[in-house]
Write a protein that binds this ligand. Structure first.
Ligand code: PLP
Length: 411
């Protein structure tokens, strides 16, 4: 595409844009060959004018669909006032955002950050400080228990406790202080708890692992073990939270409260990165000025968008849509088990489906789905993850499921 030195012709076709990405952006992803130019609601349109149903929703960052009018209005309004102050000063959105988020989640305090990984890092720091200052763990000895097949983000500390070799290899040395147990196994957790255990960090549903729902009663047992041993329960709700499973928090399905929750993804309405740690004053209250921070965390624009997200969630409409459309999705997918599917997991409008042996790989199925106008993404070799925006209509959902039915057929 280069003509004279420093001069470029404008890219126009999908192939042009893909070539640009491949030459100039790092290859840390393996995207489907679709170049999106516009999005609205549950649909996106590519640079060639082809429209697709979005069955991934930016890994649940787009729970309210693309460019939800209430979110765009809130962002636009705030863009016309002030966007960044830094936390060196107060601004008129922060306290309101924190109060509204605490009220929505039934918590007492909010630590605003940006990305999900930063929220998890912040929760790790909070749990450690709490362990030293409140629980009395000897300095430098705090342990945090995590689950196998977890996904909590990509920082050096977080990949230190990943069990995915691809995510870890060549990124060491790793941060110590983490102990891994099998997800869903309360007895294994009991055996791993010591006097130095600060916290147990778990996803209420393991999204990246393939939308794995724990056995009934697991979280109730985790909660009572935490209570018995003075250990914090930290729930990573970055993907599972904010209506994706039919409730504000996925842990609500278990009738269990965590001490600390991490939120992200949909909290930014698909517009910008907004994350937060929310929880009890006893834990979040350990942070004092200068001990933790972020230049962009809790900025006015983020807070304004976050407040608009909270307002949508406060209506309950999206939780209800997830529950109702999710029941329909699971009913239709379960009907394929024993045919093209080996297993269906999930909760609400969120599913992980394992393609039966003899069928296409997850990647092949994603490619034929894209050709049929439905975008979703494989996780692992034979698993597809399905998470349409919660604004999708039942007719659109059925159209997508029809396409999935075709795409998983053995060749
Ligand atoms: C996506 C995700 C994260 C990391 O969020 P980023 O914004 O990508 O840093 C952490 N935990 C869970 C459960 C996630 O799904």
């Amino acid at each position: 595409m280069t003509t004279l030195a420093g001069q470029h012709t404008a890219p126009s076709s999908s192939a042009d844009f893909i070539a640009l990405d491949e030459q100039w952006s790092t290859h840390n992803y393996h995207p489907l060959p679709v170049v999106i130019a516009e999005g609205e609601g549950a649909s996106v349109t590519d640079v060639d004018g082809k429209t697709y149903l979005d069955f991934l929703s930016g890994y649940s960052a787009l729970n309210f669909g693309h460019r939800h009018p209430a979110l765009i209005a809130a962002a636009t309004e705030q863009l016309g006032r002030v966007t960044l102050t830094s936390r060196a000063f107060h601004h008129d959105q922060l306290g309101l955002f924190c109060r509204e988020l605490a009220e929505l989640t039934g918590t007492e305090m909010v630590l605003p950050m940006n990305s999900g990984a930063e929220a998890v890092e912040s929760a790790v720091k909070l749990a450690r400080k709490w362990a030293y200052q409140v629980k009395g763990v000897p300095d430098g000895r705090a342990e945090i228990i995590v689950a196998g097949a977890n996904f909590h983000g990509r920082t050096t500390t977080i990949v230190s406790f990943s069990t995915d070799e691809t995510a870890r290899a060549d990124f060491g040395p790793f941060t110590p202080g983490f102990v891994t147990v099998k997800y869903g196994d309360a007895a294994a957790l009991r055996d791993a708890i010591t006097d130095h255990t600060a916290a147990v960090l778990l996803e209420p549903v393991q999204g990246e692992a393939g939308v794995v729902v724990p056995p009934a009663g697991y979280f109730a047992e985790v909660r009572s073990l935490c209570d018995e041993h003075g250990v914090l329960l930290v729930a990573d709700e970055i993907q599972s939270g904010l209506a994706r499973t039919g409730t504000v928090l996925a842990l609500d399905h278990e009738g269990v409260r965590a001490d600390v929750y991490t939120l992200g993804k949909a909290l930014g309405g698909g517009i910008m990165p907004v994350s937060a740690v929310v929880g009890s004053r006893a834990v979040l209250g350990v942070l004092k000025p200068g001990e933790h921070g972020s230049t962009f965390g809790g900025n006015p624009l983020a807070c304004a968008v976050g407040r608009a997200v909270i307002k949508l969630l406060a209506t309950g409409e999206f939780q209800q849509r997830s529950a109702e459309l999710g029941a329909h999705l699971h009913e239709r997918l379960n009907a394929l088990v024993g045919g093209g599917l080996a297993e269906v997991r999930g909760r609400g409008l969120w599913a992980g489906i394992d393609i039966a042996p003899g069928g296409p790989t997850g990647r092949e199925a994603s490619q034929s789905l894209a050709a049929a106008g439905v975008l979703c993404k494989e996780t692992h070799d034979h698993t597809l993850r399905i998470a349409p925006p919660l604004v999708i209509t039942q007719a659109e959902l059925d159209r997508g499921i029809d396409a999935i039915e075709q795409a998983i057929r053995p060749a």
